[in-house]
Design a protein around this ligand. Structure first.
Ligand code: PLP
Length: 439
């Protein structure tokens, strides 16, 4: 390993770290500045204003150490993996497998778990849904008359693949409906599980459109007791508040690298080996087979079985470095920081006449979604952008949920470890201004 890699792997000196963090006071100004300096893109100016990047729930920037780790791979290790006897291929394979090991550790996986690289949460969830019917009616997990339960809070990525799975397999899609405030209830899940033949529960750890955080640990546990396979969409908790996989009754967990300060185009599907072995591979071809004849193929074991084709190795290396960066900064510290910013934003936005904050009680979320009476979110987003504030507007790929709540598009601000109280103040002031201008 080169000296550059050594310094990348040990960013403790450049980040606040757990030991310095006082949850009452948060990070000091100097600590926050040191953290921000790790993310070059935060120094951009937008329309003459310093960028306030509050779109982290969509994609979060990468720190220098991630950029450097990827560059190191491309400059000194790049070759195709698993198939070569030459030294460079071996280096690349080692880097890829080391990334897998680092990320298993980041997730709190146990010996009963395996981790498969995907292009993101969407591919991971598609792999699970397809994998449960793809083997055909004789062998697949899903059979006609089975029940697939999907929560009503889901991103389209955790709904549309299940709609298709139900259509093809003959299973029934049942929605665990949120109440009028967008909250899920254990009793409602218990009632769904008590009837029919529950075979799958697909649930988010945090709804990207509202910030609602359902009691997912208890829900996964209940569903497993009823014999269902459990699927957790962890995309919105990947950078903070990620539960330990070993502590969950979770068969499949999906997340995206670009939502946890890693590169785009990489994500992962982690889960219990036994459950992953149920999945029919989404991608057939090289690297996922043991033996092939003209007529048939014997597939390889996990994880190769679900990783057909050449993976994005540099991105896997970058994602592992992002996990190290988060760990070095401190999970608990990041979680406390983003929660505090969310609470500040909820308070500030709720105080503006005509603004309705969704799921205000969802204190574990790092995002806040809101509507302004009589003002279209795109107008708010545009006005905020003029002041250098980046937020997301629209349906957030969760149209059924917003329709269920009787809402249209919303504006969403989302926070990460480098955001500041001052940026939240700018957000609230700019929203108050937008409401005045447009109402
Ligand atoms: C909760 C949730 N699930 C799934 C996705 C899809 O992630 P990706 O586009 O990275 O596959 C997102 C992205 O916003 C999300 O927020």
């Amino acid at each position: 390993m080169s000296s550059t890699m050594n310094s990348i792997a040990a960013p403790h000196g450049q980040t606040p770290g757990n030991s310095h963090f006082d949850p009452e006071k948060g990070w000091t100004a100097a600590q926050l500045q040191a953290l921000r300096a790790q993310f070059p893109i935060l120094a951009e100016t937008i329309h003459g204003h310093p960028l306030a990047y509050l779109d982290n729930a969509a994609s979060s920037p990468m720190p220098l150490s991630v950029l450097q780790a990827m560059q190191e791979f491309e400059q000194h290790q790049r070759a195709n993996i698993h198939r070569g006897v030459h030294s460079l291929s071996q280096r690349a394979t080692d880097a890829f497998e080391q990334a897998r090991a680092t990320l298993k550790n980041y997730l709190g996986a146990g010996p009963e778990h395996e981790l498969v690289f995907t292009s993101g949460t969407t591919e991971a969830l598609n792999q699970v849904a397809y994998g449960l019917w793809g083997a055909g009616p004789e062998q697949a997990w899903l059979r006609p008359g089975d029940d697939i339960i999907v929560s009503g809070l889901e991103h389209h990525a955790n709904l549309v693949p299940w709609q298709h799975a139900a259509r093809i397999s003959g299973a029934r899609l049942r929605i665990l409906q949120p109440d009028a405030q967008g909250q899920l209830h254990l009793d409602d899940l218990a009632a769904l599980l008590a009837t029919g033949r529950p075979r799958v529960l697909a649930l988010t750890a945090c709804a990207n459109a509202t910030g609602e955080c359902p009691p997912y640990a208890a829900m996964l546990s209940l569903a497993r007791q009823a014999g269902a396979l459990t699927v957790l969409d962890a995309a919105q908790v990947a950078a903070h508040g990620l539960p330990r996989l070993q502590a969950l009754e979770c068969d499949f967990l999906a997340l995206s690298g670009h939502k946890m300060h890693g590169p785009m185009g990489i994500g992962l599907l982690a889960g219990r080996r036994q459950a992953l072995e149920q999945l029919y591979p989404l991608r057939l071809g090289g690297d996922m087979v043991e033996h092939v004849s003209y007529q048939q193929a014997r597939y390889a074991g996990l994880p190769a079985r679900l990783e057909g084709g050449t993976p994005n190795v540099a991105a896997a290396v970058g994602l592992a470095q992002a996990a190290r960066f988060i760990e070095a900064t401190g999970h608990a510290a990041i979680d406390a920081h983003v929660r505090a910013l969310r609470a500040q934003a909820v308070q500030g936005l709720s105080a503006i006449a005509g603004v309705r904050v969704l799921s205000p009680q969802a204190s574990a979320a790092a995002l806040v979604s809101f509507c302004c009476e009589g003002v279209h979110p795109h107008d708010i987003g545009t006005l905020l952008d003029e002041r250098g504030i980046a937020v997301r507007t629209g349906h957030h790929c969760a149209q059924p949920l917003l329709e269920h709540l009787g809402l249209g598009p919303t504006t969403r601000a989302s926070f990460a470890l480098y955001n500041s109280a001052e940026e939240v103040e700018r957000l609230c002031a700019a929203v108050a201004h937008a409401v005045k201008v447009f109402q």
